[in-house]
Design a protein around this ligand. Sequence first.
Ligand SMILES: [Zn+2]
Length: 65
Amino acid sequence: MGTTKTTNATTSTPRKKGQLPTKICATCGRAFEWRKKWAKNWAQVRYCSERCRRSGSSGGGDERT
Ligand SMILES: [Zn+2]
């Protein structure tokens, strides 16, 4: 599998308060913090909000600049 041993905060569960992992939204390009509702699928989360998720998924491209 593709498990990494490095301590990367982007995929691991937050331990300390104030050190939540962050990601960059694929649609608006803004950074967003880990949320409890994403605890189960944080690895699959790519958008900061439902709004970006809808507009982003319709594009079909991974990256567009
Ligand atoms: Zn967004």
